[in-house]
Design a binder for this molecule. Structure first.
Ligand SMILES: Nc1ncnc2c1ncn2[C@@H]1O[C@H](COP(=O)(O)OP(=O)(O)OP(=O)(O)O)[C@@H](O)[C@H]1O
Length: 781
């Protein structure tokens, strides 16, 4: 006989006895009665009048007492069924599960044959959340509001590299299912999984995949609630707005139904570890974080500014124990003490790229054509390792190929501007008189398409520009109309509705298909604008170079690490401004004169180009001059920062050999360290574009970047100038070793080669060759 007086050794302890004996425990632990009443009524143990009696009883504890009284009156079978409900609906009666274990409860076969329907508000809410998230995440963004693609049909894994707090690689994740797991956790006390990557690397899609997996119960986790937020939403609040935590969770996801006692929210507060938050695009709210001055900790009941709630959730001060996945673009400062693990998205590997092409092009003819063209252009393949750029290239190819007799992917020197022009052409061609597929046109005339759609295009460009000026990513109907956009313009694809922010169901606000597209259009506006002085062209360059002090909230400083003063450097600022500048350089390049002259008076265009070139030359000179040099045994060394890369990207986009030559000459150091600069394969073309103009020899250290074989191929023409070549900790395969060995042996100027190879076989083959020329091999594995 146990301490509580119940004889557990006896086989048949009556349920009636159990209820009587544990009455007070049950009264204190049964928090929700709805599900019990529903099931007792449905199974006929209680009648409607009984239920009404319970409902009219005043307090929750008295209601439970009443139910117990009633079931005991109905007899053993009713009591048995009552306990069975507690056992079956375990989520709702979580507090009673230890007790059921204690009394060694095992449902009899007879009661197991009876049906229990889970009508508990918490379980119902979980189901509702899963259903809504499943519905919201099953499509992938596509252009045109009428066209959507299933996530499952297009999602391709990307390279997800794990890093510790000292930026040492901890290997790769195999699939999004592993994102919440223990692999790569370097700070077990923190709760935020930080996913970072460059623009268009697939951070939002990875979150979408994660949410979709959860909705289908394929995530292998016991997370019951998933709340998804896009950080840009937090910028839509005024400084004085306040909201409760309850509203933040439910209003921007979904509200529980029939939950008069607030059971769902109370449950989340009691068991935060059952909740997962996803916050997408933390970089989009950095500006606002600097403006507020608010207290650090809030309670779940207190109303506060939504941003403050966000920060406190991320820091673990609110809903401590909940899991968080936060995404942001590379370089967004987030303090490592709140980071549990860090995942860097590296884009498509060559194998992923092939898989993605396969999913994209179901028709063999298209598929083969694209693969042949990609193989022929390592530069294009490098660009396509960024999923966003790849998606644009593939989508445009598909569209233009079906519209015209012949269409080839862009050639070797394709720039990002070319890619976004292609996307714009596709959008604008929807305005043309010939719908795709009906009549194929023999020749493609881009300028004609742009000219025909110029009115709408200029209106989109204006909207994008105004948004950039005001720091807006979301636009209301009024802003859209004031730029001259009509309802039918919205269908062509530049904008998409932000439906979930409107509780009434109708999409009242819009955003650009992608942030990068907004930057592109804003740059286009600067080129088209014939009202302001030519100098207004430099609007975003000037903004980038403005000395800015970033003030951080006391609590925001837990998250955003930096409060540094930004220097006067036009290549060092927020990425969306950098992109706008890059596109400006591209649009005003010589290569696009033919197209732009159809939209901008030639004289004005010429003036703008000359003005930009002059500015760029001066800025490059001052940037190079400002780089910190130091002397070493190998001569003058310089360790550049990621802003140097932005400068090179802009130069490449201009296509100006003069500026490239001047830059190559301006690098006075004889050793350039480009480590940890986030160089990806697409950048190697820009680096090569400048370095091939260099007369003097140069050592180049590109360790710890994101360069694949495509990048090495792009640098081939510059190897003849290199005394040191370092590619350690990149994504090179054996084929790069072959390229490197052959190139370097050919030119015989290289003294040190550092790289890591996947297998040793090609290395052995080339080691002898390299040693013959007294070459120091650094890190072969
Ligand atoms: N894993 C993937 N599989 C298939 N397509 C992808 C994948 N990742 C990204 N894409 C494509 O690239 C587009 C851009 O991706 P996404 O918006 O996720 O990038 P991001 O890293 O969040 O960019 P940003 O930092 O600029 O917001 C997607 O809309 C999709 O078309």
């Amino acid at each position: 006989i146990a301490e509580d007086g119940v004889d557990n050794s006896e086989k048949e302890v009556s349920s009636l006895h159990i209820l009587r004996y544990h009455r007070e425990l049950l009264v204190s632990r049964v928090k929700s009665i709805q599900c019990i009443l529903d099931n007792l009524l449905a199974s006929g143990f209680l009648c409607v009048e009984d239920v009404e009696i319970v409902e009219h009883t005043t307090t929750k504890t008295n209601q439970v007492r009443k139910i117990l009284e009633l079931v005991q009156c109905k007899g053993e079978e009713a009591c048995e069924y009552f306990i069975y409900i507690l056992y079956k609906v375990c989520d709702a009666y979580i507090d009673l599960q230890p007790w059921l274990k204690e009394i060694n409860y095992k449902p009899k076969d007879s009661v197991q044959a009876m049906k229990v329907v889970n009508t508990d508000p918490i379980s119902r809410y979980c189901e509702k959340l899963r259903h809504e998230i499943g519905r919201d995440t099953c499509f992938i963004m596509s252009y045109g509001q009428r066209e959507e693609t299933m996530l499952e049909d297009l999602y391709t894994d990307t390279q997800m590299e794990l890093f510790d707090d000292r930026n040492e690689s901890l290997g790769f994740l195999e699939s999004p299912v592993e994102l919440l797991g223990e692999q790569g956790v370097f700070n077990p006390h923190a709760e935020t999984i930080y996913v970072t990557g460059d623009a268009g690397m697939g951070k939002s899609i990875l979150l979408q995949k994660l949410q979709n997996l959860w909705s289908k119960r394929e995530l292998q986790t016991d997370i019951m609630f998933l709340f998804k937020f896009r950080c840009r939403m937090f910028s839509t609040f005024r400084d004085t707005d306040e909201i409760s935590l309850r509203d933040l969770l439910f209003k921007y996801n979904c509200y529980p139904d029939q939950d008069p006692d607030n059971e769902v929210f109370n449950y989340i507060v009691r068991f935060p570890e059952k909740a997962l938050f996803t916050f997408d695009g933390f970089d989009e709210i950095q500006e606002e974080l600097t403006l507020m001055n608010v207290p650090e900790v809030v309670s779940p009941e207190e109303r506060a500014h939504p941003l403050l709630l966000l920060i406190n959730i991320l820091c673990g001060k609110l809903l401590n124990g909940s899991q968080k996945v936060l995404t942001a673009r590379t370089g967004t400062p987030v303090q490592s003490r709140v980071i549990r693990k860090k995942v860097v998205l590296r884009g498509f590997s060559p194998v992923h790229l092939k898989t993605y092409a396969h999913l994209h092009f179901k028709e063999q003819e298209h598929h083969n054509l694209v693969l042949v063209q990609l193989d022929a252009s390592p530069h294009l393949s490098g660009l396509c390792s960024t999923p966003l750029f790849c998606w644009i290239v593939f989508k445009s190819f598909k569209h233009l190929y079906t519209m015209h007799d012949t269409f080839e992917l862009p050639e070797t020197c394709v720039t990002l501007t070319d890619i976004f022009l292609l996307l714009s052409e596709v959008f604008l061609s929807r305005l043309s008189l010939h719908p795709p597929g009906i009549l194929k046109r023999s020749t493609r005339c881009s300028s004609e398409t742009f000219k025909a759609g110029l009115k709408s295009f200029a209106a989109f460009a204006k909207l994008a520009f105004q948004g950039m000026e005001r720091g807006h990513l979301i636009f209301n109907q009024e802003e859209i109309t004031s730029c001259g956009l009509m309802e039918e313009d919205l269908l062509i694809g530049f904008l998409r509705p932000v439906s979930q922010y409107d509780a009434c169901g109708s999409p009242a606000t819009f955003e650009f298909l992608h942030k990068t597209l907004q930057s592109f259009l804003a740059a286009f506006y600067l080129v088209l604008d014939d009202q302001g002085p030519v100098s207004s062209l430099l609007k975003f360059f000037t903004e980038c170079s403005r000395t800015r002090q970033t003030f951080c909230l006391p609590c925001a400083s837990c998250i955003s690490g930096s409060s540094a003063v930004r220097g006067k450097d036009p290549f060092k600022s927020k990425e969306h401004l950098q992109f706008a500048n890059l596109f400006l350089c591209g649009l005003l390049s010589k290569a696009h004169t033919g197209l732009m002259e159809h939209m901008v008076p030639p004289l004005l265009l010429k003036k703008k180009r000359a003005f930009l070139k002059q500015y760029l030359s001066t800025s490059v000179k001052s940037h190079l001059h400002g780089l910190p040099h130091y002397s070493s045994d190998e001569g003058r060394r310089v360790h550049v920062l990621p802003s140097f890369l932005w400068m090179l990207r802009c130069i490449f986009e201009t296509g100006s050999k003069d500026v490239a030559r001047m830059t190559a000459k301006g690098i006075t150091a004889n050793f350039l360290k480009l480590g940890y600069c986030n160089v990806y394969s697409g950048d190697c073309t820009a680096i090569n574009f400048v370095l091939q103009h260099r007369q003097k020899l140069l050592g180049l250290d590109m360790d710890n970047n994101n360069i694949s074989d495509y990048g090495v191929k792009q640098l081939q023409p510059s190897f003849c100038k290199m005394t040191v070549v370092r590619f350690c900790v990149n994504e090179l395969s054996d084929s790069s070793v072959e390229v490197l060995a052959e190139e370097l042996c050919k030119h015989k100027v290289v003294k040190i080669l550092g790289c890591v190879s996947i297998s040793i076989i090609p290395v052995r083959k080339y080691v002898f060759m390299l040693l013959k020329y007294n070459l120091w091999l650094l890190t072969f594995s």
